[in-house]
Design a protein around this ligand. Structure first.
Ligand code: F0G
Length: 395
């Protein structure tokens, strides 16, 4: 395995401490090669579920044939292993008869970020980092703080002041992170963080390709849950677009290695006040149509200048995907329906159901299609939103 630039294809050794291509500054990805037989891989992954080895208990490291390796110690908290939950009333509300949720909020820090962080922090430890950092709308920070604590490292988190749910800030404090509050939005916090580097701080935003590798395993686990017969659609929210990039990378690899025959179509849903990918896709533009002042109640995805946009476009092309945006009101309504199913999620996750309702109404998705919506964060991640909406509706 090695690192490769997504733009100019320059290559680097797997553990070389480079965050971006030193030649063209674009993002890097990890090139995975394995010649193992698909049937053998499926059997090995299934058998590991019976094992008590921490690497087998992790829903990420269980698929390690497709992950970077060479580690003496992995930093894991048995992340992953999240179920598929049938969407009963909420699926019907969206007009779908065969909708399931994959709830990544049921992870150690209540968000999908743990899947990437177990790999990212393991790599950071491997290269001898003492301080790890990220900019965040709250969830990446909480996850980084937790995994850094497990690894005995200092976590420094750059948060846009006043724009992060208190529950997420509280997690970062609880796990002992250093908080740096930025007067500005997420995009500005990320720029500040990247400029703060003195060569000793290891950056763990999703521009870090090791994070993407961990997040990729969501799709491996999902395909196993489907007995390797993929659903028609996978739907996820889009913020900085690391997750959609990771999902697409998984689909490409699973197809290339004969583990799946059919590629599900990936649907990315953004909030209408923070919809740079949607604008770019709609206009067929070559450059990212960034949003200067992103604005949405779904604070997790209040991002105007997503770094992984080129990777996300590649996924949309590869999977014959779609991208759309939904209003804050549509997000609120969808979130309430997911709650009524006894599942719950944070606002950003509800973009998925809101988007599906729109697509079914527009007859772009068949009511009988098999669909998985990715719920990215737990209901307790943003209780202020629920209480405010409740008070508003009561009035
Ligand atoms: N859903 C939740 C709950 C998130 O926290 C995020 C991103 C996303 C969806 C979007 O994922 O960025 O990979 O497209 N949260 C980041 C953070 C930005 O800092 O916690 P993405």
């Amino acid at each position: 395995m090695h690192l490769r630039c997504i733009q100019c294809s320059s290559t680097y050794a797997l553990h070389e401490p480079v965050l971006a291509c030193t030649r063209c500054q674009d993002l890097l990805e990890i090139v995975v090669q394995t010649d193992q037989d698909p049937q053998d891989l499926r059997r090995t992954w299934r058998e590991r579920r019976m094992s008590n080895d921490p690497r087998a208990r992790s829903g990420v490291w269980r698929f390690r044939e497709f992950l970077p390796g060479g580690y003496e110690q992995i930093v894991t908290m048995a992340e992953g292993n999240t179920p598929l939950v049938p969407a009963q009333r909420s699926g019907a509300w969206a007009g779908l008869r065969n909708l399931q949720y994959k709830h990544l909020g049921w992870n150690p820090t209540a968000c999908f970020k743990d899947l990437g962080m177990t790999v990212g922090v393991t790599e950071a430890k491997h290269v001898g980092a003492k301080v790890v950092a990220c900019a965040s709308t709250g969830n990446t920070a909480a996850s980084l703080a937790a995994y850094a604590a497990r690894a005995g490292m200092t976590a420094r988190v750059f948060l846009p002041a006043g724009m992060v749910s208190m529950a997420k800030v509280a997690q970062s404090i609880d796990y002992g992170a250093e908080l740096v509050e930025i007067e500005g939005n997420f995009d500005q916090a990320l720029t500040t963080m990247l400029e703060s580097g003195d060569g000793k701080v290891y950056f763990l935003n999703s521009i870090n390709p090791f994070r993407i590798e961990g997040q990729k395993t969501v799709i491996f686990e999902m395909m196993e849950q489907f007995e390797w017969q993929p659903p028609d659609y996978i739907v996820c929210p889009g913020g900085n677009l690391g997750n959609s990039s990771a999902f697409g990378k998984a689909l490409e690899e699973l197809k290339a290695h004969g583990l799946i025959q059919k590629v599900p179509r990936l649907i990315v849903v953004q909030a209408s006040g923070a919809n740079p990918l949607y604008r770019t896709w709609r206009d067929g533009s070559k450059d990212l149509q960034a949003v200067e002042h992103p604005d949405t109640v779904a604070t997790a995805i209040k991002i105007g200048n997503p770094k992984s946009w080129k990777k996300a476009l590649r996924v949309l092309r590869f999977s014959d995907g779609m991208v759309l945006d939904v209003t804050d009101e549509e997000i609120g309504d969808a979130k309430e329906m997911i709650g009524r199913d006894g599942i719950g999620c944070e606002p950003a996750s509800a973009t998925t159901l809101a988007g599906l309702k729109k697509l079914v109404a527009q007859k772009l998705i068949d009511p009988d299609a098999s669909v998985v919506a990715i719920l990215t964060g737990h209901v307790l991640k943003d209780t202020d939103f629920i209480i405010k909406r409740h008070q508003y509706v009561k009035k």
